[in-house]
Structures are given as C-alpha cells and as structure tokens.
Design a binder for this molecule. Sequence first.
Ligand SMILES: Cc1cc2nc3c(=O)[nH]c(=O)nc-3n(C[C@H](O)[C@H](O)[C@H](O)COP(=O)(O)OP(=O)(O)OC[C@H]3O[C@@H](n4cnc5c(N)ncnc54)[C@H](O)[C@@H]3O)c2cc1C
Length: 385
Amino acid sequence: MSNRQPLPYKSPWMNEELEMFRKQVRRFVQEEFVPHEARWRQQHRVDADAWTKAGATGILLTDVPEEYGGGGGAFAHECVVMEELARSGVHFGQGVHSIVAHYILDYGSEEQKKSWLPRMAKGELVGAIAMSEPIAGSDLQNIKTTARRDGDHYVINGSKTFITNGWHASLVCLAVKTDVSAGGKGISLVCVETKNLKGYRVGRTLEKVGMHGQDTCELFFDDIPVPASNLLGPAEGKGFYQMMEQLPYERLTVGVGAVAVTEQAVAITTKYCKERMAFGKPLLEFQNTRFKLAECKTEAHIMRVFLDNCIERLMTGDLDTTTAAMSKYWLTDRQCAIIDECVQLHGGYGYMAEYPIARMWTDSRVQRIYAGTNEIMKELIARSL
Ligand SMILES: Cc1cc2nc3c(=O)[nH]c(=O)nc-3n(C[C@H](O)[C@H](O)[C@H](O)COP(=O)(O)OP(=O)(O)OC[C@H]3O[C@@H](n4cnc5c(N)ncnc54)[C@H](O)[C@@H]3O)c2cc1C
C-alpha cells in the first residue's frame, strides 16, 4: 500500500533501537510481502515460505527470550511488527503465532519450550490457537472437543472452526475438555503437532468478507493420539484460567492493529481529499470534508494515546483485564467508525475493492467480533463497576 504518511507523534515506548528495527521490518514487508499480497488474497493464504522468510529476518517471536530462539525483545518489538504489517495491508498471522508462543512460554515445561519455541521463531512451526467450535464461541466453557487419557497419550476428538493460520498450522494450541463433567474447570490446553498426524484434517478454508489473505479454517480431530506430555501446565483443568490470563495480551494485539490501520486510513483519505476535485476544487476545501477529517484525526490521536498507555502498562506487567477489555472494545469500535467515514469521503471509489480504503473497511469489521466480541468486552468491563 502506498501513500505512507508520517506518524502524528512519537509513542513514548519507541526508542532509537526500535526505530532501526521498524525500518528493517518495513523494508522486509515491502520487499517480501507487499508484492505478493494481491495473489495471497486470491489464494486465501500466504505462501508457506513467507513463514520461514519472516523467521530468517527475525520478525517472529521478537519478545521471546533468546535462549528459546526468540528475539529477546519486548512487547514493543511485537507492536512494531504488527503496526508495519497493518499499515501495509498484509494479513499475516504473526499475531496469533506470537500468542501461541506466549502460552508455551508461560505454561510450558522447559522441554516443551526448547522443543517448540526455536522452531516457531524460525517459522518452521506455524502456530494456531484453536478454541472456537461450531457451537461455542463466546461460551467457551461449552466446548465439546474431548481429550481422553489413554496410558501415556490423549485421544482427541472434535472439531474447531474459524481458526486463523488453520491451513499452515503445524502446532495447534488446542482447547479440549479433559473432564466433560466439570464445566470450565474441565478445560485443558494441549499442543498438537499436526505434521503427518493420523486423524487430523484441515477442513474448508472459510470464505470471509475481508482479510482474504489470511487462512481461516475448520479443523477436525478424529481419534488423534497426542502424547500426554503435550499438556500445557502442571495439571489438567487449568485451560480456562490460562486462556483468561493470556487474553489481555491477545486483546492488546488487536488494539495495536486497530490503531495502526486507523492512522493509515486517515492519512490516505486526507491525501485523496487533497487530490480529488469536485465542483472545481479539491474535496478538502469543502467544510464538511475538513470537519469530518478533523474529527477522524482527533479520534485517531486519542486512540493512539490510550493504546500507548496500555502498551506501557502491559510491558510493566500492570495491564489489568478490565483495561485490556476496554482497549479491545473501544479501539476496534472507533476503528470501524472512522474507516467507515473515510470510505464515505472517498465517494464511489471507497467501495471499490482495488482501493486500499475499501479493503480496510471490509478487513476491519471482524475486529469487533474475534478475540472476544465487543459485547463480551462490555460484560467484562461491567463486572468492574
Ligand atoms: C476471521 C476470524 C478469525 C478467528 N480466529 C480465531 C482463532 O484463531 N481461534 C479461535 O479459537 N477462534 C477464532 N475466531 C472465533 C471468534 O473468536 C468467535 O467468532 C467469537 O469469539 C464469537 O463467537 P461466535 O462466533 O460463536 O459468536 P456467538 O458466541 O454465537 O455470539 C453471537 C452474538 O451474541 C453475542 N453474545 C454472545 N454471548 C453474549 C453475552 N453473554 N452477552 C451479550 N452478548 C452475547 C455476541 O457478542 C455476538 O454478537 C475467529 C473468528 C473470525 C471471524
């Protein structure tokens, strides 16, 4: 996507080292991803070697310690990667991949970390997180996929849907019921290496209204044997608690994308309104256009300041679940409203898929749905009242 505009201000968590890293990530994304983006949208997934190229360049697992093959950086490094991908309009499931890595980092045994994280950092293993099922999305306690213990193995049966990175995933962090009678307390997380795994099947790549370049799939598990040692955490039944604990990280990654795309949308719309003529003058000379863009720019700036505060708090271990829920709900809500206004300011061209703003509009809509719907976010926030 062209028309890159400077950021409105410098985030307090940015520093010189991160600026250098940003340049490196931007160059990589522009040279290795952007030229293929249209084709990836057609085929509904990135090329497999995009993962190994990203790994070789050092943009995977940037905030995982070096001893496990990661970049040894902070969440700020992840933010830089996510922002550059979002601004370029490339949908590469690096965010989900990182979320899986953090589950392993926080709950995995030393052996699990050493086995999976270095390969994930190289892009040799692609991570997916599989919680949602056809009958249970928001209501995760109601999942039906089971893992029955059989000696030193689990035997897993069930299906998952809407799974990001589903096509490429070679390491699935899977939410299962290890005790079907215990509700949320019967949920566990088991990591499944899918290569050549008997009984594992990737179903349809789902046809979405946006984010066409990202593989979102159904996954099927039919009596698949998984070593019991692939359980995440010291005991069964901790999965629901682990998911709740990791959600602030996941929700903030959604917010990072929301703000980056919104800033980009305002920038390209401003440029468009300076260039497009109507009634003998640029659109930007109409007071309505100027006022609408002034509103969009103001709101985008407020979003950025709130996000930056959340990023800093996450990095100091101080981001509570309520604020994380606020950021996910409000930033994505504003993202959709502002980008919708930007479409309007583009007129008919704003509805044409060949225009970046149209794709931003269709791509953005899901932000209010996944990683916990915005209604669920409001429920969580309301619990703090
Ligand atoms: C593109 C995409 C990618 C995704 N990636 C993944 C992934 O990688 N891994 C994964 O596990 N899942 C993934 N999901 C699934 C996503 O997390 C769920 O779609 C989401 O959690 C909502 O669940 P649901 O679709 O079953 O909707 P439902 O839970 O059926 O909700 C339907 C509606 O009811 C509302 N609702 C439900 N319960 C309540 C309540 N208690 N109070 C108020 N309103 C309520 C919801 O807010 C929503 O508006 C993805 C989804 C999409 C679309």
